[in-house]
Design a protein around this ligand. Structure first.
Ligand code: AHM
Ligand code: MG
Length: 329
């Protein structure tokens, strides 16, 4: 059987776009090289000089930085930054954006959560990288706030890489969601999940129920409703929660249902970052026939006010996300 590589696929898709210069393909190529390097490091974590554990630093969100967080952040920033295709990079791990020198800058802006779920790394649970690409909006060389804080619907492409039993690269550039699996013997990603579509309704909900005491009454009612028995409305739902957003999201994308990280009494905006987690996955799910909301409005309609803004997230099948919105109103 003839197999399609990720690079062949991206090149073919870019040919369909009028005025394409090849810059997008070059950028994606650097992302996938970085993904292979990080995948190898994750797979070998624990062998030889240990890359497990903490760096001793705390990031802008007050979270302890793992050695692998730093490794992934540096790898993606270096390869993407030197590609000649981006003018700025923002990262969950970096307080300020990296502005690429003018003579090496391109028209895109790259945003990333370099290693999502990294607190799971020591226990060998799937982790991942989430990325998002926007086009520079303002004319001239200077990178402005308007360029860095764009509406989620203005994404050019977004995706994630899961370092799990196999390494998967899932992305969309607005033309379907496609998945590629890394063949470790060849070091090449091959098309394995063309045109992913999320079921309109699923049987799973995913949330950290350990936080129940901090939830609002409406949030508690929503989860109680999902657990009630009523075969006519396909209840009760089954619970799955990994604690790695990429892994919980990937299952939701394939099987349907809903992933929730709500705001609570202590943190009304929840835990997840709008630009590095909510917006890219909202773009992916929207292109697979699903949807994402902060409980009140759609993630895709929101323009963040800060690079590190947080947002509640309800993402997955249309039926369950609409149900959540209607019960949280
Ligand atoms: P990270 O990007 O720093 O790893 O944090 C985000 C992670 C998500 O992957 C996951 O959905 C969430 O935090 C889990 O949080 P909790 O432990 O509160 O359930
Ligand atoms: Mg994360």
């Amino acid at each position: 059987m003839e197999k399609t590589t990720l690079v062949q696929f991206i090149r073919r898709q870019e040919k369909l776009v009028d005025g394409a210069t090849g810059n997008f393909t070059s950028l994606m190529n650097e992302i996938l090289v970085a993904a292979k390097i990080v995948s190898l490091e994750v797979n070998c974590a624990g062998i030889g000089e240990s890359i497990f554990g903490l760096t001793g630093k705390v990031n802008v969100h007050g979270e302890e930085v793992q050695k692998l967080d730093e490794f992934a952040d540096n790898t993606f920033a270096k390869l993407v930054g030197q590609s000649g295709t981006v003018c700025a990079i923002t990262s969950e791990e970096l307080e300020k954006p990296i502005i690429v020198p003018k003579d090496q800058a391109g028209k895109y802006i790259f945003m990333m959560d370099p290693l999502d779920g990294s607190s799971n790394v020591d226990v060998n649970v799937s982790i991942g990288t989430i990325f998002s690409i926007y086009r520079k909006k303002t004319p001239g060389d200077e990178v402005t706030t308007e360029d860095l804080l764009q509406k989620a619907s203005e994404q050019v492409a977004a995706g994630y890489i899961i370092y799990g039993p196999s390494t998967l690269f899932i992305y969309t550039s607005g033309n379907g969601v496609h998945g590629f699996t890394l063949d470790p013997t060849l070091g090449e990603f091959f098309l394995s999940h063309p045109n992913l579509r999320i079921p309109r309704q699923g049987s799973w909900y995913s949330i950290n129920e350990g936080n129940v005491e901090k939830w609002t009454d409406k949030q508690k009612r929503l989860v109680d409703y999902l657990k009630e028995k009523d075969p006519e409305t396909h209840r009760p739902y089954k619970l799955r929660y990994i604690g790695s957003l990429v892994a919980d999201f990937h299952r939701t994308l394939l099987k349907g249902g809903i992933f929730m990280y709500p705001g609570d009494r202590n943190s009304p905006e929840g835990k997840l970052r709008f630009q590095f987690e909510a917006a890219p996955l909202a773009f992916v799910v929207a292109n697979a026939g699903g949807t994402a909301s902060d409980g009140v409005k759609r993630i895709m309609d929101h323009t963040p006010g800060d690079i590190h803004e947080k947002s509640p997230l309800f993402i997955g099948s249309v039926n369950e996300v609409e149900l959540a919105e209607s019960m949280l109103k």
